[in-house]
Design a protein around this ligand. Structure first.
Ligand code: ARG
Length: 599
């Protein structure tokens, strides 16, 4: 059936353009090719400029029907272009978009896009800002970052923060109504012991010093909790008092949260994270009894050793929605949170950016939500956007020399100071003096580059894999790094600055694509909508990095092969470079990385 299926798909694609059916006769081998490679994804975007019309052309017709799982893939593949160019009759006009299609027996469809059409597309990108909109905008809650109060933010939170922020920025750009929620761990038994420890230490109303002390308090409190029966009892009483709203406990708790918040905000500022609302576990406290009742009414609750459990379809272990002692925990909170997000926040999609270690927990919550009917008839989508571990150079858990978890702050400091050293070296090599003013700028640049490098390196990985944290790799000016991309950008900006013609005086009619490397750049530029459409669905930000890196390397190739300034094609090439510059800036903008006009 596969053969027949492929033939049908191909026929459908081809019928889209009235002149294409002729082609079927011209290439009967299409129906016997061993593996037709189709590529693309759901077509949810459209662009005002129609810059990915080709993509849409193929996808529309392949969508629906009896499409199996994760297909279809149709490569808009320009690789064979040069050989074919010289063959007679190949270049005949089949449509406005396509110069010709060739189906190779190995199973590739090679499509040569018409140069005139590509020029039009580039012209559009030059004249108008690329504005992509989702054809079905949704209200989307994204739960990310979510560190724990009174603890240090660590690399796991770094990943969640960066991944979540990138996806949130992208979704906003696509026209979705995005709610960014920081589900901080600000509730639970740990506060009982923390309060107890601080009460005994007389540290309950301390102010500034607390920020750095909290972690230490936490450790000592935990130790006392484990060793001292009396301490344990008081700690438990404190939890009850806190959850019951007792004045002293609330005040002390608030102070702890405030201190942690200040720390988190410092990191968010450095990472350029904006719009993230804190809505921690405590927010759901009031709703917990009602959620339990709701689940009971729906006959989903089983009692086991005094605890109230919900068994789901994903695991033999249940969710514990109320403990035997009447208390509520992480499971209860997440059940309340998911219900609140879909019912009160009216989210149509909720995305959880959490480490893979919590996947089972989240899947159980998703299953409970479905069984409880909170998701309607499949109108609500819940995504677990998991990620792997960040490891040290040795492939083991990422730790400091003393064995502590690496603090996010220290990690960013280190990246910044290494990039500072590199900038100094460059300045020296170029025999540039660094006066006080330049000194300040250099420090600022080093911070931006360091942070950008950390972000980029993280996003570059497939989020599901573990990766080894390596300063050398992430700061390598020749590798797939923010540093490489930032230099490429600055080089483009430099060319545009130095050129005789001012870009604003040029027009799309100045553009002519002649060289293969120009064509390659244009093709790359046209693929952004496809990249974003895929990302919208599979939530893999590494796709965006691939695109950014592709743009930067295609530019490098172009720039080694083609003269710009002073060449006959100067005007045309400036137009093309301006389009590249803008798209690079836009993509880096999704990562909240500000490129440099000069480096
Ligand atoms: N605070 C948790 C942690 O640090 C992450 C919370 C993730 N979000 C959630 N809804 N459970 O591991």
């Amino acid at each position: 059936w596969r053969q027949g299926y492929r033939a049908r798909v191909l026929a459908e694609i081809l019928q889209e353009q009235s002149r294409l059916p002729d082609m079927i006769e011209q290439t009967p081998e299409a129906f016997s090719c061993p593996a037709l490679i189709l590529h693309g994804s759901s077509d949810k975007l459209y662009s005002a400029q129609g810059s990915h019309a080709v993509h849409r052309l193929w996808c529309q017709n392949i969508q629906g029907g009896d499409a199996p799982g994760s297909f279809p893939v149709l490569k808009i593949y320009d690789g064979a272009y040069h050989q074919l160019l010289n063959e007679p009759n190949r270049d005949e006009v089949i449509s406005d978009i396509i110069a010709f299609v060739n189906v190779a027996p190995q199973g590739f469809i090679t499509i040569k896009l018409k140069t005139s059409w590509m020029q039009e597309q580039m012209g559009d990108l030059f004249e108008h800002e690329l504005q992509l909109r989702s054809s079905s905008p949704q209200r989307i809650v994204i739960d990310y970052s979510s560190p724990n109060i009174a603890k240090e933010m660590h690399v796991g939170h770094l990943r969640s923060t960066i991944l979540g922020d990138t996806v949130a920025n992208l979704f906003s750009y696509l026209g979705h109504d995005v709610v960014r929620l920081n589900h901080v761990g600000d509730w639970g038994t740990q506060f009982g012991m923390l309060l107890e420890y601080m009460r005994r230490k007389d540290a309950l109303d301390g102010e500034a010093s607390m920020v750095s002390d909290l972690q230490q308090f936490y450790r000592s409190a935990k130790q006392a909790f484990d060793e001292d029966e009396d301490f344990r009892k008081s700690a438990q009483t404190n939890v009850v008092e806190l959850q019951g709203g007792s004045e002293w406990a609330r005040t002390a708790w608030n102070r702890i949260c405030e201190a942690s918040r200040k720390e988190f905000d410092l990191v968010y500022q450095r990472l350029n994270i904006e719009g993230l609302q804190e809505r921690g576990e405590s927010f759901y406290n009031e709703m917990l009894p009602d959620v339990v009742e709701d689940l009971q009414r729906k006959n989903l609750v089983t009692e086991s050793d005094g605890a109230l459990c919900v068994f789901t379809n994903v695991s033999e272990t249940p969710l514990i929605i109320q403990k035997a002692d009447g208390g509520f925990g992480y499971d209860s909170t997440d059940c309340a949170a998911v219900r609140h997000r879909v019912q009160d926040e009216k989210a149509q999609r909720v995305i959880y950016v959490i480490d893979n270690g919590q996947e089972l927990h989240m899947r159980m919550v998703f299953s409970a939500a479905e069984k409880a009917g909170w998701l309607g008839e499949g109108q609500k989508r819940l995504d677990f956007m998991g990620f792997g571990l960040v490891q040290g150079q040795d492939g083991k858990k990422f730790k400091t020399r003393s064995g502590d978890v690496v603090r996010l702050r220290d990690l960013l400091d280190e990246a910044a100071s290494r990039s500072e050293a590199e900038l100094r070296k460059r300045a020296e090599a170029a025999q540039r003096d660094i006066d006080t003013q330049k000194e300040e700028q250099l420090k600022k640049d080093a911070e931006s580059i360091g942070v950008a490098a950390v972000k980029y390196f993280d996003l570059r990985q497939n989020r599901n894999s573990d990766y080894r944290f390596s300063y050398d790799q992430m700061l390598d000016p020749k590798g797939n790094t923010a540093v490489y991309v930032l230099y490429a950008y600055a080089r483009i900006a430099g060319v545009l600055r130095r050129a005789e013609h001012d870009v604003s005086s040029l027009s799309s009619s100045d553009l002519v694509l002649t060289e293969p490397s120009e064509r390659a750049l244009a093709l790359r530029l046209m693929r952004l909508p496809e990249v974003l459409t895929q990302l919208e669905d599979d939530l893999l930000p590494s796709r965006l990095i691939d695109h950014i890196y592709g743009l930067a390397t295609d530019f490098t190739t172009f720039y080694t092969e083609c003269f710009v300034i002073g060449s006959e094609q100067e005007k045309s090439r400036l137009v093309l470079l301006e389009v590249v510059r803008r798209q690079l800036a836009q993509c880096l903008g999704f990562l909240r990385i500000q490129p440099f006009e000069q480096l």
